[in-house]
Write a protein that binds this ligand. Structure first.
Ligand code: A3P
Length: 290
């Protein structure tokens, strides 16, 4: 059990995250955002940090020197952390934020507005087997997640039952995907495509955000945000976050497609694929697992 465990808008949260009926929740629901702002939305461990750095650079003319001056979680903060709500409210436009909430959980202040007055949203999804493995290591290294010190087999059961922070992978990803299909303010991107066709995907994101980006800027951006570069950049590795013990598992751990094969047993894979095939049967969304 997590300290301060509660459900906020359909997803499991721990103590520092927003709670319904508080002053912070009211401020969250009055948050003003415009079409010039952007939210990076994901299920945890799907490449959020990578996309945040890309989006920030696209908005800031690929100014690498400026990016190195402050931690990413100040340039593009997590919007549902209760103690940060004043910081977020006071941010100047363009506001760049990150969320793991469901679409329906976003601030009511802009959710019902017309497309031209709502922020752009980039949603990143990653194949759930690699998400599960990445999440397992995150649970081990992040003290705010209940000092989890059990093994992979126990985490696997937690993941498939949806008993993890931000809830069930399937409902998160499928509802965002189906919403994005009908909503031109949401761009749905897959982690695996980002790995395989980084330049094309980054161009697509810049175009969606309405920002011009030259070939030279694109290459600089790619170079700065590839795994090897980000791993060496203390502004994006949560190096100073007191909750994360990097000696247990670094935040930028492997950054690969297919690491699940080093963890899933044959039986776990069969069980997982049965659940996957059943839950994904009504959607045309698919993933590459290797
Ligand atoms: P692994 O644990 O598989 O290495 P999030 O930012 O949503 O928490 O996701 C973290 C995952 O994204 C980690 O996966 C991390 O290594 C990976 N990641 C972070 N930056 C990346 C990059 N530039 N390229 C590829 N993967 C990256």
């Amino acid at each position: 059990k997590l300290e301060g465990e509660h459900v906020f808008r359909g997803v499991l949260h721990h103590s520092v995250m927003l709670t319904e009926g508080t002053e912070e929740q009211k401020k969250f629901d009055s948050l003003q955002m415009s079409a010039n702002d952007c939210i990076v939305a994901t299920y945890p461990k799907s490449g959020t940090t990578w996309m945040q750095e890309i989006v920030w650079l696209i908005y800031n003319g690929v100014d690498i020197e400026k990016a190195k001056q402050s931690p990413l979680d100040e340039r593009c903060p997590f919007m549902e952390i209760a103690p940060k709500i004043d910081f977020i409210t006071d941010m100047q436009s363009p506001k760049l934020l990150k969320t793991h909430l469901l679409h329906l959980g976003l601030p009511t202040s802009f959710l019902n507005k017309s497309n031209d007055s709502r922020p752009r949203i980039v949603y990143v999804a990653r194949n759930p087997k690699d998400v599960a493995v990445s999440f397992y290591h995150f649970y081990r290294s992040n003290k705010s997640l209940g000092n989890f010190n059990r093994g992979w087999n126990e985490f696997f059961e937690m993941f498939i039952s949806g008993y993890v922070v931000f809830g069930d992978w399937f409902s998160h990803v499928i509802t965002w995907y189906e919403t994005a299909k009908k909503d031109s303010t949401i761009l749905f991107i897959k982690y695996e495509d980002m790995k395989r066709n980084s330049l094309e995907e980054i161009s697509k994101i810049a175009k969606f955000l309405g920002k011009d980006i030259s070939t030279e800027m694109l290459e600089t951006l790619y170079d700065h945000t590839k795994f090897e570069s980000m791993k060496k950049n203390p502004m994006v590795t949560f190096a100073k976050n007191p909750s994360i013990d990097s000696s247990i598992s670094p935040f930028l751990r492997k950054g690969e497609i297919g690491d699940w094969k080093n963890y899933f047993t044959v039986a776990q894979n069969e069980r997982f694929m049965d659940i996957y095939n059943e839950k994904m049967k009504d959607t045309d969304l698919s993933f590459q697992f290797e």
